[in-house]
Write a protein that binds this ligand. Structure first.
Ligand code: 1GP
Length: 251
């Protein structure tokens, strides 16, 4: 994979409308399982693989999961780190993310300072990302010491997102938390989309075609699903979610 994952994502969004990325949590899978998930996700039409989770996993295991996925699929593997331990030299790119509604400077800029030299050393492509926790925010919200934005405050999410863009972040991610009972509401996605010009990523709790369609229709450029690939019937479910995303362009 050429090291131009940002260009790849922007071109995909430009030519296809909303796209889908599959998230693999290294803590929940063995390397062969990760490789099977990636293969099925690719066959279902996903555009890239993200690897990361909210809790600790050994760097050795992370490396093995990334290597297994890289051996299986030829499209971008993007790290989704919760800390400096989420960096692997074997990936193509990394979401270089700041948790914009964290109360802890470590998650705003501290971890990034520690990780940046390693990212340079490994030649990973950094993708500057403003990450915003919505609703109860799940484990990511707790670990990141976030003050989550309530579902009924779309204008607050929009202000955070715009601040991220003005600080130079080239992607914004609205995160309801892995396994969230309710995904980010359409009203909030629309409000954020009206404010920003950079691509908008939405994830957390999206399990059905209808939910994916709602997020894409509201303006999500990238929809991330993780949990659905860990359960049985994953290939059909992911394919169904992607059909929902693609149908957004035709309504
Ligand atoms: C979590 O947004 C991602 O970081 C995906 O969430 O696991 O609920 O799909 P799910």
């Amino acid at each position: 994979m050429a090291k131009n994952v940002e260009k790849y994502l922007l071109e995909k969004i430009e030519s296809e409308g909303s796209i889908h990325i599959t998230l693999i949590d290294p803590e929940k899978v063995t390397p062969p399982q990760a490789s099977r998930i990636a293969k099925k996700a690719k066959a279902s039409g996903t555009s890239a693989i993200m690897i990361g989770g909210s809790t600790f996993v050994s760097t050795l295991h992370l490396d093995n999961v990334v290597k297994a996925v890289k051996r299986t699929v030829k499209f971008p593997v993007i790290l989704f780190p919760n800390n400096v331990t989420g960096i692997s030299r074997y990936a193509d790119a990394i979401w270089f993310m700041s948790l914009l509604n964290s109360m802890d400077p470590y998650f705003l800029i501290g971890a990034q300072i520690l990780g940046a030299p390693l990212i340079k050393k490994y030649g990973l492509e950094p993708l500057p990302l403003g990450y915003i926790i919505i609703g109860d925010g799940g484990t990511a919200g707790i670990v990141g010491k976030a003050v989550p934005i309530p579902y009924d405050k779309p204008e607050l999410a929009a202000a955070h997102a715009l601040a991220g863009q003005y600080l130079g972040m080239r992607f914004i991610y609205l995160e309801a938390g892995s396994g969230a009972k309710k995904p980010v509401p359409s009203q909030m996605i629309k409000a954020v989309k009206r404010y920003i010009d950079v691509p908008l990523i939405v994830g957390g709790g999206i399990k059905t075609r209808r939910q994916a369609l709602a997020a894409a229709s509201a303006g999500a450029d990238i929809i991330v699903t993780g949990n659905v690939v860990e359960n049985s019937g994953a290939k059909r479910k992911v394919a169904d979610i992607i059909k929902g995303i693609k149908s957004a362009g035709s309504i």
